[in-house]
Design a protein around this ligand. Structure first.
Ligand SMILES: *Cc1c(COP(=O)(O)O)cnc(C)c1O
Length: 411
């Protein structure tokens, strides 16, 4: 059971999907998708309403949502985008494929961007900050938006892991200039695959729409007001939108459940020396899909991870900058191994080498993530509970974690 949305599949998803099949059957012989009942149009309207964002564009993946965000903000060759060293490789890949230069920054104790380190990485070429809300919890958005405003930078929020989370009562994805979401099965809600972007700016919306749909203007117009761009085809499908609509309607229920299961689990883990939970910039706002524990020592973290059959976060492939071979190849100037030619400053190349983010390395080496409704071996979260766990199952998982702690840290 990857994510909590997956576990909530039911009659609503089935009804919406059948509606599309029936529409298409009755429209047989005519070209194209019937627009009046378009699931995509309904999904974008419903998502915009749910997150209180003026505009939404639906796309076929979270990666596409990031690419769309960068294109919408006209970010490209010569520009630098600051991104945390703990993210998902897609966050960096999207920057690379926009032609811009990713600039790695340290994470703080919340496992999201360290604002003071971001400030140090700003140069005359910096165009944007990509805040990646890792493991269901918000980045320090008030501080980041203030910093961005001071330097005239855009903010892209990568909300792939934190759909439905908020910060100071405002939904993530609406703090920045563009919010980019994923609907893959390992996320809070899922449409199989899919994603969407939110923005409050009309021109950014127009560019996002054009980029995801062959350069058409919103409403699929060929002529009108707006920037003329080459677009790609990054559409969400009607089938995905049908599922996404059903899932979006369940989002609040799903979050109530993950947060309740998390409370039931973590309150059974007494505080003890050598161990703490990660800091949260807004404890009320997180999704509650994972519980992150930070040990004083890397040895203890590794030993407890071993007891639970999982790995420390430093080992999580494709989330730790030091574990992304394509980045190391780029640092080594191994250009043939990287399918792109980014105009990198020499200093940027060196900055991709493992070891360049010592605080991030240290923190990831001492931490584990337990599954609370979202289990993903790539994230390291292979031990824990699901949204379907009974009280007894939650008790047993907590007891298992406590005894692993006792064996390693002493009882
Ligand atoms: C999952 C994820 C993505 C990519 O989403 P896809 O839908 O799989 O393309 C991007 N960023 C982060 C932080 C993610 O966790």
């Amino acid at each position: 059971m990857p994510g909590p949305g997956y576990a909530h599949f039911g009659d609503e998803e089935e009804k919406n999907i059948l509606e599309v099949v029936q529409q298409w059957r009755s429209a047989s012989g005519s070209f194209g998708v019937p627009t009046a009942e378009s699931q995509i149009d309904r999904f974008t309207a419903e998502a915009a309403a749910r997150f209180a964002a003026p505009y939404c564009v639906a796309v076929n993946s979270g990666t596409s949502s990031l690419l769309t965000a960068l294109a919408a903000l006209d970010i490209g060759p010569g520009d630098e985008v600051v991104v945390p060293g703990y993210m998902f490789v897609a966050s960096i890949a999207a920057i690379v494929y926009s032609g811009a230069t990713p600039v790695l920054a340290e994470i703080d104790d919340s496992f999201t961007l360290d604002v003071s380190d971001v400030r140090r990485r700003i140069t005359s070429r910096t165009r944007a900050i990509m805040a990646v809300h890792m493991l269901g919890a918000p980045s320090a958005m008030a501080e980041l938006t203030k910093l961005a405003a001071e330097h005239g930078l855009a903010i892209i929020e990568d909300v792939a892991q934190a759909c439905g989370a908020g910060y100071q009562g405002r939904p993530l994805g609406t703090w920045g200039d563009v919010g980019a979401f994923s609907l893959n099965p390992f996320k809070v809600i899922t449409a199989g695959e899919g994603g969407f972007v939110l923005t409050r700016d009309a021109r950014t919306y127009q560019r996002a729409f054009s980029f995801h749909d062959h350069g058409f203007l919103p409403g699929k117009l060929e002529v009108g007001e707006g920037d003329l761009l080459f677009g790609l085809n990054l559409h969400m499908t009607e089938f995905s939108a049908a599922i996404a609509r059903a899932q979006l309607e369940k989002l609040d229920r799903i979050l109530l459940r993950t947060r309740a299961v998390k409370r039931a689990f973590v309150e059974q883990i007494p505080q003890r020396p050598g161990l703490r939970r990660r800091t949260l910039h807004d404890p009320e706002g997180e999704c509650g899909t994972l519980a992150v524990y930070v040990f004083d020592s890397a040895d203890a973290a590794r030993a407890v991870a071993g007891e639970l059959g999982v790995t420390v976060l430093a080992e999580s492939a494709k989330h730790n900058y030091a574990r992304i071979p394509a980045l190391s190849a780029l640092a080594a100037k191994d250009r043939p191994s990287a399918p792109f030619r980014v105009p990198l400053a020499p200093s940027a190349e060196a900055a991709y080498r493992p070891g360049r983010l010592p605080r991030t390395d240290d923190l990831l080496g001492r931490s584990i993530a337990l599954a609370i409704g979202l289990s993903d071996a790539y994230l390291g979260a292979g031990f824990g509970v699901t949204v379907q766990s009974s009280p007894g199952e939650i008790d047993r998982a907590a007891a298992g974690f406590r005894s692993a702690l006792d064996r390693v840290l002493g009882s």
